[in-house]
Design a protein. Structure first.
Length: 276
């Protein structure tokens, strides 16, 4: 009997590590993505593909393929965090960020093509600064759009904060003792606190989130004690919620195109006509 028990124990010890190692973020993209699409009423024909490096989803309306960066998935440790990565990418698509960036590129090329060499350098430098701030704005929009989608698909939206703070931040944030990508993470936290307080109250059990709270709580306390700041906070959150609803409603109504996608298509057609 003793030998049988030892044998069973040894077998269990061999099986358990193998079972624990079967979860792979890349393998979870398709089922998690499908859940996000279905629960949010988005085109079910859309598929997902994990690729190396940065992604360009500007052609998703014609290909029905959403590319997910394998690098971003390295920051996901469970299905909630995979949902954060995937919904952030969907957030960029819904808000038309890829099409908007292509329009900026066309405008920049047209502008620098008509300037002297000195002015080109100045314009390029200014453009890089604007692009940096615009990229932050786009990410913040995509983050909270993704958080909305996660809630409807029954994922914990606080995972968005965790994934954001796992990603590399700036040297300034390190020196200031802030979490990585603190502004983005705080933007998500504020949005959830105002619109989905029960989700924030439920919490998220990991060290990264607890560390973030040590940064966020003093900010919230200070804001709540200032009537002017609190009023501005509420106004901004109402505006953000309405904009998110408007953008996703437009995306659904057009069969998967944002306003920026439509504008880019028109601009591209005009540019091609002018060249011919």
């Amino acid at each position: 009997m003793k030998k049988v028990i030892i044998s069973l124990f040894a077998t269990a010890m061999m099986i358990l590590p193998a079972s624990a190692a079967t979860w792979v973020a890349a393998d979870r993209v398709a089922p998690v993505g499908k859940q996000l699409l279905t629960k949010n009423g988005l085109p079910a024909k859309t598929t997902f593909k994990v690729v190396n490096g940065s992604v360009d989803n500007s052609a998703v309306s014609s290909t029905n393929v959403v590319y997910i960066s394998s690098t971003d998935l390295t920051y996901a440790g469970n299905d909630n965090e995979v949902a954060a990565v995937v919904s952030n990418e969907l957030g960029h698509i819904i808000n038309g960020h890829y099409a908007k960036n292509k329009m900026r590129k066309i405008a920049k090329e047209a502008l620098t093509g008509n300037l002297s060499s000195d002015n080109v350098i100045t314009t390029a430098a200014n453009s890089e600064f604007v692009s940096s701030r615009t990229s932050l704005k786009d990410n913040k929009e995509a983050d909270i759009t993704g958080a909305d989608m996660m809630i409807k698909a029954n994922y914990n939206p606080l995972a968005m904060i965790v994934v954001i703070t796992k990603m590399p931040g700036s040297t300034f944030e390190i020196l200031a003792g802030k979490p990585a990508n603190a502004e983005r993470a705080m933007n998500v936290y504020d949005y959830l606190t105002y619109n989905y307080p029960s989700k924030v109250k439920a919490g998220y059990g990991c060290n990264e989130y607890r560390t973030f709270l040590t940064y966020a709580n003093p900010i919230v306390t200070e804001r709540n004690s200032n009537k002017k700041k609190l009023a501005m906070f509420k106004k901004n959150q109402e505006k953000a919620k309405k904009l998110r609803a408007k953008n996703i409603a437009q995306f659904k109504a057009t069969g998967g195109q944002s306003g920026w996608d439509a504008s880019y298509t028109i601009l591209k057609t005009l540019s091609e006509s002018a060249e011919n």
